[in-house]
Ligand binder design. Structure first.
Ligand code: PMP
Length: 441
């Protein structure tokens, strides 16, 4: 039974007037469904469970006292501005700082081109709202960010995945997919990509491929939406040059302070060519009138007064240690036949299980053994990813990560034994897109 049918049955039993209304949902609401695995994650958030599932930044490492002083000072001295409506495009001072942040990735842009949004998630929503009619094609890496897939589904886009490997999106596959779709007369509205430290795969598009991807999209007239919340969280060397740095007209860039500062501020942004920027501002206005002036001014003051580059360096070191811990433990403990990516930044490792194993079917057993992950199917719009799981190392302390991998490796090993004995592992769960919710995204 689907969630909607179940809901219908329960309300019918109560004979509620609401029955008449829920039948009248817009067609797009059918694309908005809660995950079947969400209930499991309620259990997974218990302290005894090591969660390698969540994508939550380690905000404990923030200078909370300094943030507290900024907030107090803001209310005391600029309260009437901070607590008032603001412009739909966002606070100018903050937009200037955003341009400074983007310069770290080679982007040369002015504040006039920036729209401040409620996290980059809202930027994704607005860009989709502006570009997508039902049935329009969005190209996306396979796997792709679950929150973006949820947005595309809500606007009834048709997501076509493009293969990727350890160097990111495969340019040959991209060119071929565009070709095939064009021959079929399908309308490709944009390529959605997370080129750097991808969520969920952890891989990064190499420099030569960046040039190829831009060239292919330019020739085919396909807009690129570059979603880059992890770009400054690399573990080695200088930040990667953003796609937007080499194509100001063909790329809409999405950024966020969620991973480099804190997601609770809900401050992200879109950098877009003028015409698109204007539409984004109008779309934002109709969605929320204006973003919170209070959090925008807080983030602006943080950037103006705090050593934010040092703070990001601190995050990088912290996450690098956790990445090393996770990879080291996996190397030592994972059963033969498992393979995984080796991220050079960001939060995530993408695991492929031995043949015949189903990650979603394994999840309940893993949670019973007090370890959680996100099954791979949530990161595809087409039901792929059964043999995959996403592991995150951003939140648990290193000791917990080691313990989590020990438990997980034990569960996978038992599955391998079951497969070898009975010809199959745990019963496969039924298909469906997972939307694990914000703390897991
Ligand atoms: N894009 C990607 C690739 C993400 O991983 C996330 C958060 N998990 C977001 C966008 C949304 O982040 P926020 O809205 O907090 O900026």
């Amino acid at each position: 039974m689907t969630e909607e049918q179940d809901h219908g049955r329960r309300t019918a039993a109560h004979g509620s007037r609401i029955d008449a209304y829920v039948d009248r949902y817009a067609a797009r609401a059918t694309g908005m469904v809660a995950s079947e695995i969400r209930a499991l994650f309620a259990v997974a958030s218990r302290p005894e469970v090591v969660s390698l599932a969540g994508g939550m930044p380690y905000v404990t490492a923030l200078p909370l006292d300094a943030v507290g002083e900024i907030v107090a000072d803001l209310v005391a001295h600029r309260g009437t501005v901070a607590l008032q409506y603001g412009s739909a495009q966002g606070d100018l001072h903050l937009r200037e700082h955003i341009c400074e942040v983007m310069r770290e990735e080679g982007i040369d842009a002015g504040p006039d081109d920036v729209v401040v949004t409620v996290g980059s998630q809202q930027a994704l929503d607005l860009i989709t709202r502006v570009f997508i009619d039902p049935g329009d094609v969005v190209l996306a890496e396979g796997p792709s960010y679950v929150g973006a897939l949820g947005t595309f589904a809500a606007y009834q886009a048709s997501v076509v995945h493009v293969a990727m490997d350890d160097e990111g999106l495969d340019p040959a596959a991209l060119a071929e997919t565009i070709d095939t779709l064009s021959r079929q007369g399908r309308r490709i509205k944009f390529l959605y990509t997370v080129p750097t430290f991808q969520n969920p795969a952890g891989v990064t598009l190499s420099a030569p491929r960046r040039r190829q991807v831009l060239e292919i999209c330019r020739r085919a007239g396909v807009l690129v939406v570059e979603d880059n919340p992890y770009g400054l969280l690399g573990f080695d060397g200088e930040p990667m040059r953003a796609l937007r740095a080499d194509d100001a007209d063909g790329v809409v860039y999405l950024g966020s302070f969620s991973k480099t500062l804190a997601p609770g501020f809900r401050v992200g942004w879109a950098l877009a060519p003028h015409a698109v920027r204007d539409k984004l501002v109008l779309a934002l206005e109709s969605a929320v009138l204006s973003h919170s002036t209070f959090t925008q001014l807080t983030v602006g003051q943080y950037l103006a007064t705090q050593p934010w580059r040092e703070q990001i360096k601190h995050f990088r070191e912290l996450y690098r240690e956790r990445r090393d811990t996770l990879l080291g433990a996996m190397e030592a403990l994972m059963p033969p036949g498992c393979v995984w990516t080796r991220p050079a930044g960001g939060f995530f490792v993408w695991v492929t299980l031995p043949d015949g194993l189903d990650a979603k079917a394994i999840l309940p057993r893993a949670v019973a053994e007090r370890v959680a992950f996100v099954p791979g199917t949530g990161f595809f719009a087409d039901g792929s990813g059964r043999r995959n799981m996403r592991l995150s190392y951003c939140y648990p302390e290193p000791e917990r990560i080691r313990e989590g991998v020990r438990r997980l490796a034990g569960v996978i090993q038992q599955e391998v034994v079951m497969r070898d004995t009975f010809g199959t592992g745990s019963a496969p769960a039924h298909a469906g897109v997972d939307t694990p919710g914000p703390d897991l995204a």
